[in-house]
Write a protein that binds this ligand. Structure first.
Ligand code: C2E
Ligand code: CA
Ligand code: CA
Length: 557
């Protein structure tokens, strides 16, 4: 119930009180003076209408209680109390027992109103209570927090999201899933004790209100830790152990807000931020997070429109043989240009697209476009320059990706042996069966596999040995320090040595300086990609470069 509707209800109740008072006045001062009412040939003692007026007042009082079982009940009791007082006064002062039935009616009315108000309260309580956990539900949360806002409370709101409930419901059934939720609610209640309230918002989401005096962050940390401990669920014959994880979004000092909707939105933003993070267990809302969320939404909108509106195009960064600067091939890199001429960097929109399935659209677009553009070049020069295309971890983990890739290659008519798929170390960390199967199928079809960002820490050696990898791409972060850090240089040397042992070739990316180039040459690195020899270039320039390289080749012959 929001403030406006609560004010309207109060106004209606006050009008109703006024009507009841008018009834009492009419009965006390008008009817007693009229004595007998003449209606044509009929006469009627006016006092006999008192009962009708009292009945009318009672009906109005019931309406007040139904409208608001707290405020309405108090006001209705006042109205009936006044009637009761008038009737008893007549009995005591006037020694007139004709008001006795009215007095008894008042007592019955009060009892009836108490009963109705109690029933309404109980019904409301049931409506606001979550059946599984016995704590207040989403409506209850909104009811309580609206009151806190109204009272300028400085407390904290946290949303808790449990991960793993869907699997529990599927594997163990909903009854046990409900038992887990119940167990979780008991743990949380035990920790928050008198410091606040717990609510279940629905599904795997709980909310906490913690008072401003409590050590809210400490409590939330304890709550998360306790939820993540083993939960034992009893069933008829056995006990099952389940584990769930939990993340939280927090809005502190709710007195800053005027609207409940704003608190909910900001706490959701904070929760979403924590859910998307690999490291954060909880996140406290602040303006920075809001800005980055808004920007992400904006960028997501651009990505959705990009393919249909031609915002995407490709550039190609040349890769060279380190020993003679001959052209090995190109890595295709996507670019986004908006109609107003501004660019959105791939670092930004790829990260946004990877959070949804939009990355799959990007991968397909790049594959098709890069192969279509380069097919003519390869056919014209009769050479096999390698075309490297980045493929996301998500795409690679989809069953049947390899088959779809082969279909695209067939449709475009691209020479398979000139294609290289770049996958990041992170894709291998996912270690799904589908990823491995796709990689094997791609390799069996004569397509090269490169491990991108190598050395950033995900791949295990044993995993690498199992896969048909043909190229290791040493990450720029390692190359950056090669001339200043001996350990770094030794590490790169070991990677090159290991790569060659595995019958892989090795390329260093992000090479910017000649001294880095000299060290890499000395260490036996095969190829180089970086600003030192070429930035990413447009397709026309890439074709020119191929032409120059072919001329060099002919000159050598
Ligand atoms: P990446 O695959 O590691 O690509 C190399 C990035 O390093 C490119 O940035 C490239 O322009 C940049 N680079 C190359 N040489 C140098 C250098 O000498 N110095 C410096 N400072 N930078 C250099 P870009 O194009 O901004 O791409 C960033 C990332 O976006 C890529 O990293 C890749 O993860 C992703 N990406 C780019 N294009 C695609 C694509 O078509 N598909 C997918 N799935 N991801 C893409
Ligand atoms: Ca790459
Ligand atoms: Ca890379």
């Amino acid at each position: 119930m929001n403030n406006a509707s609560s004010r309207t209800k109060k106004l209606i109740i006050i009008i109703a009180v006024f009507m009841c008072l008018c009834n009492s006045m009419v009965s006390a001062f008008v009817f007693s003076r009229i004595g007998i009412l003449k209606l044509g040939n009929y006469s009627l003692p006016a006092s006999s209408l008192n009962g009708t007026l009292q009945g009318l007042s009672f009906t109005i009082c019931i309406g007040m209680v139904i409208l608001d079982y707290n405020f309405g009940f108090i006001m209705a009791s006042v109205c009936i109390g006044i009637s009761f007082f008038g009737a008893t006064r007549a009995i005591i002062m006037g020694k007139d027992m004709t008001s006795l039935p009215g007095t008894l009616n008042c007592i019955l009315y009060i009892l009836t109103l108490v009963f109705i108000s109690r029933q309404l309260k109980l019904r409301k309580k049931i409506e606001l209570t979550d059946k599984i956990t016995n704590v207040l539900n989403r409506d209850g949360f909104e009811f309580v927090v609206r009151r806190k806002i109204h009272a300028s409370d400085r407390g904290v709101i946290a949303f808790l999201h449990l991960r793993g409930m869907t699997d529990i419901n599927i594997n163990l059934g909903r009854v046990r899933g409900d038992a887990v939720l119940h167990a979780v609610s008991l743990r949380i209640k035990k920790i928050i004790a008198d410091s606040g309230d717990l609510f279940r918002l629905g599904g795997p989401e709980f909310a906490l209100y913690l008072s401003s005096e409590s050590k809210s962050i400490e409590i939330i940390e304890k709550v998360i830790a306790s939820i993540e401990e083993k939960i034992e669920i009893e069933s008829e014959n056995d006990t099952v152990n389940v584990y769930i994880s939990c993340k939280a979004g927090i809005s502190d000092n709710i007195s800053k807000y005027k609207e409940l909707g704003e608190i909910i939105k900001n706490t959701d933003i904070a929760l979403n931020h924590a859910l998307k993070s690999d490291v954060l267990k909880y996140c406290v809302f602040n303006e920075e997070i809001k800005k980055s969320t808004d920007r992400n939404h904006e960028v997501e909108g651009f990505v959705k429109e990009a393919i249909d509106n031609n915002y995407f195009y490709l550039v190609y960064q040349p890769q060279f043989y380190i020993k003679n600067k001959r052209l090995r091939g190109f890595e295709s890199l996507i670019r986004m240009k908006l109609p107003d001429g501004t660019f959105v960097s791939p670092g930004e929109f790829i990260a946004v697209a990877e959070k949804s399935d939009l990355i799959l659209k990007i991968d397909s677009f790049v594959l098709r476009r890069a192969m279509e553009e380069f097919k003519t070049v390869l056919l014209e020069y009769g050479e096999c320059y390698t075309l490297s295309v980045n493929i996301s971890a998500k795409e690679l983990a989809i069953p049947g990706f390899a088959n779809r890739l082969l279909e695209i290659i067939e449709k475009v008519g691209f020479p398979k042996g000139c294609l290289e798929i770049e996958i990041t170390e992170y894709s291998l960390a996912i270690d799904s069966e589908n990823t491995v199967e796709n990689i094997k199928k791609i390799s069996e079809n004569d397509i090269k596999i490169a491990i991108d960002d190598f050395g950033t820490g995900y791949t295990s050696l044993s995993q690498l040995l199992k896969l048909p990898v043909s190229l290791l791409k040493i990450d720029k972060s390692l190359v950056d320090n090669i001339c200043v850090d001996g350990a770094n240089r030794d590490f790169i040397s070991a990677v090159i040595y290991m790569g060659h042992l595995m019958e892989c070739e090795v390329i260093s990316e992000g090479v910017e300086q000649n001294n880095q180039l000299s060290v890499l040459k000395e260490l036996g690195c095969d190829f180089v990609q970086g600003y030192v020899w070429s930035k990413p270039i447009d397709f026309t320039s890439a074709v020119e470069l191929c032409k120059e390289d072919v001329c060099k080749e002919r000159a050598v012959r």
